[in-house]
Design a protein around this ligand. Structure first.
Ligand code: NDP
Length: 316
């Protein structure tokens, strides 16, 4: 049970680019934000190595270092960054109630949700290790494709993301081996056509990845045709997994409108959710762009929207 209820003007949930950017803006607007990091402190960039497409870092930067910089910048203006996981919310009244680690109860005038999304993985041995250590496994072609220029890669998946990423990779890599587990793709027709029209994308139907080869980094992928059980090894340097993302929004579902996958729906050109005073930013509400820079942009928007909301109510 809660011992004492803490009252705050602005509570930010999540510590990726969206959450920390919201914190910088909210702190500078005297909203005294408290930010709870969630379980993966720093968000998805913590499992990225070099980030080369974030403006302001001409030589690139390591994902974890970048998130450390984001945190320091948020703290410099007074954000109270706390470790902890929001486990329950109640958005039914004017004051938004949040429970942290099932113990601490907080009442917030405004909430900025920036809980992000998690890439789905296959669960193969070495997949997680290589993804976290620059070993050639990635869930983001736009982020990491550049490292495989002129090389061969495997991509798994058959939805719009996989088709889009395979097409993107085909412009950089010598050959893209695309593994589709059924005999058809889920991707829209136009995306499938792009895949089929790319000369260097080789589609393997009814085929699944079974094993990642290599000790320090990916050297090959053992794949199996699930109809014939025939196995073969594809010698590649990169292994891209594009089987979907899951937004981290389960705890909000009783109160916030989401799409069928769970992405929070925000009002056009804003970060307002269907609950007044609750704002959503970053990958928790964006399944289209999913970039650090776009997440940071919507984090900024959420803080500005929250500030205007508080000002209109005379709370700041
Ligand atoms: P989806 O859920 O649409 O597709 C996931 C794909 O991964 C499916 O083909 C699925 O296969 C495959 N898959 C899932 N699990 C495994 C597994 N264990 N092994 C092998 N394959 C697996 O996710 P997306 O990220 O592609 O798309 C999410 C949403 O975003 C969609 O609504 C999509 O339309 C949208 N989107 C739109 C874009 C655009 O319009 N430009 C770009 C990107 C996404 P199976 O088909 O057999 O289930």
């Amino acid at each position: 049970m809660s011992e004492a209820i803490e009252k705050v003007k602005c509570l930010i949930i999540g510590s990726g680019p969206a959450g920390y950017t919201a914190a910088v803006y909210a702190a500078r607007a005297n909203m005294n934000p408290i930010l709870y990091t969630g379980p993966e402190i720093g968000g998805q960039l913590m499992i990225t190595t070099d980030v080369e497409n974030y403006p302001g870092y001409p030589d690139g930067i390591m994902g974890p270092q970048m998130m450390d910089d984001f945190r320091k910048q948020a703290e410099r203006f007074g954000t109270d960054v706390r470790m902890g996981m929001v486990t329950k919310v109640d958005f039914s009244g004017d004051v938004h109630k949040v429970w942290v680690d099932e113990e601490i109860e907080i009442h917030a005038d405004t909430i900025i949700i920036s809980t992000g999304a998690s890439a789905k993985w296959l669960g193969l041995d070495k997949e997680d290790h290589f993804a976290r250590n620059g070993g050639g496994v990635s869930a983001c072609a736009v982020c990491d494709g550049f490292f495989y220029r002129g090389k061969e890669v495997v991509i798994v998946g058959a939805g719009d993301t996989a088709a889009e990423e395979a097409t993107y990779l085909s412009k950089l890599c010598s050959t893209v081996h695309m593994l589709v587990r059924r005999d058809e793709m889920r991707a829209s027709k136009i995306m499938q056509e792009r895949v089929m029209n790319a000369e260097n994308i080789k589609v393997y139907w009814n085929t699944e990845a079974r094993e990642i080869l290599g000790e320090e980094a990916v050297e090959g992928i053992v794949v199996e045709n699930n109809k014939t059980n025939a196995k073969q090894t594809l010698k590649v340097d990169g292994f891209f997994v594009a089987i979907g993302h899951k937004p981290n929004t389960d705890i909000f579902k009783d109160f916030l409108d989401t799409d069928e996958t769970g992405y929070i729906i925000t009002k056009p050109d804003s970060t307002h959710t269907n609950v007044a005073g609750v704002f959503a930013s970053g990958d928790a509400q964006d399944h289209v762009y999913r970039q650090a820079v776009t997440a940071a942009g919507t984090g900024c928007m959420a803080a500005l929207d929250a500030e205007r909301y508080l000002a209109a109510k005379g709370l700041i």
